[in-house]
Design a protein around this ligand. Structure first.
Ligand SMILES: C[S@@+](CC[C@H](N)C(=O)[O-])C[C@H]1O[C@@H](n2cnc3c(N)ncnc32)[C@H](O)[C@@H]1O
Length: 364
């Protein structure tokens, strides 16, 4: 069975890495294998994945925000009226409709039935086509109503089932949505304006290479998104989070209070951390972007002071994963004051439509 994992722009390869390492391998074999990673510019990355296990396992992935069963795929879609006919034919005649619908029923515990299904089509279009986005939606909806097993009614709201049709230049991907908002939002977490999307926090945690005996630190933890994702990533010895804002520490405590294990949230100044030297295994931090600190704060000085502290508290061999809006500023601070933080990798991504980078370092 083929699935589509949607994740944030720039996180496709990490979403695949998580799927490859975390999805259980079914007794019959058929662990996950990757088909492709596609980039939908400015929207998201899509991982095309083959997997024979229970589709419910896909909903436990944390670097992905949405999961779809692949209902239809088409290549070489023409950019004029013929393209709409090709889309209709590809969706109507697909051999994957039954499998995709079975995955949806399995997840929602719906018995196979002839019950009328209210469905909605969300269409997305990248590239120059001589038809409108709504025409893609209509071609897909007509094809489903005419050719897919069951009884169908197209609605705009309160749909039982969502079909997402993405026309990426000349390739069509049509998925039956298996996930709900819950997967993206991770329950009722309290958010602050600068809070990370949980999928991005999960990707950063993955890059720390979590281990069972980790002492994990986020020195500027805001509402604690990185802390909650670290706790979800598996065993740990201790999780430490702090922030200089009392409101942030309160949100952090609310967001972590139901998590099991040794988790401490404190108000502190990350320029002078309370941890002893070489006492932490992993640090993940979302450094304030320019617009997120007061005018009096000099970002360059802040980055220097915080990196110096991170270098001090990390044990040799420990890892730092830092997200920054201005990677040049981060690199200038690192090379000036924290040269023992050896850069392993930089990754580009988008945060709220703005370019940002993740820097992964090992302490020498
Ligand atoms: C980009 S936000 C972190 C958001 C967090 N990752 C989340 O998901 O909620 C940066 C945080 O750094 C905190 N901060 C700024 N200067 C600080 C300092 N000197 N010491 C500790 N925290 C600081 C801010 O209060 C803010 O919560």
């Amino acid at each position: 069975m083929n699935y589509l994992l949607h994740t944030l722009p720039g996180l496709g390869s990490l979403a695949w890495h998580e799927a490859e390492t975390r999805l259980p391998i079914p007794k019959s074999g058929g662990g996950p294998s990757i088909g492709a990673t596609l980039i939908v510019p400015g929207r998201n990355d899509i991982v095309l994945l083959r997997y024979a296990g229970n589709p419910r396992a896909l909903l436990n992935l944390r670097v992905s925000e949405d999961v779809f069963a692949l209902g239809a795929r088409a290549f070489n879609v023409a950019n004029d009226e013929r393209g709409l006919r090709q889309i209709y034919a590809a969706v109507r005649n697909t051999r994957s409709a039954n499998d995709a619908l079975n995955a949806w029923r399995r997840i929602h515990s719906i018995q196979r039935s002839s019950k009328l299904v209210n469905f909605r089509v969300i269409s997305r279009e990248i590239g120059a086509h001589k038809f409108w986005r709504r025409d893609i939606g209509k071609a897909v909806a007509d094809a489903i109503a005419d050719g897919w097993p069951g009884r169908w009614r197209r609605v705009n709201d309160n749909a039982d089932l969502e079909i997402w049709a993405t026309l990426l230049e000349r390739e069509l991907l049509c998925g039956v949505r298996l996930s709900t908002q819950e997967m993206r939002q991770r329950g009722k977490l309290r958010h602050l304006p600068a809070s990370l999307r949980p999928a991005l926090a999960a990707a950063m945690v993955l890059l720390t290479e979590p281990e069972d005996d980790d002492v994990f630190l986020d020195p500027m933890a805001g509402a604690g998104t990185l802390l909650t994702e670290r706790a979800a990533a598996g065993r740990f010895a201790q999780i430490l989070g702090g922030d200089n804002s009392a409101a942030a520490v309160e949100a952090m405590r609310v967001n972590t209070r139901r998590l099991k294990g040794d988790i401490t949230c404190r108000q502190w100044n990350a320029r002078s951390l309370p941890q002893p030297d070489a006492s932490v295994d992993k640090v993940a931090v979302n450094l304030p972007f320019g617009k997120q600190v007061s005018d009096e704060t000099n970002l360059s000085d802040l980055y220097c002071d915080v990196l110096m502290e991170i270098e001090r508290v990390l044990r040799p061999g420990g890892r730092l994963v830092a997200l920054a809006g201005d990677i040049k500023l981060l690199e200038a601070a690192r090379s000036a004051v924290a040269p023992k933080l050896h850069v392993e990798q930089y990754a580009r991504l988008e945060v709220l439509g703005q370019g940002a980078s993740i820097c992964v370092c090992t302490k020498l």
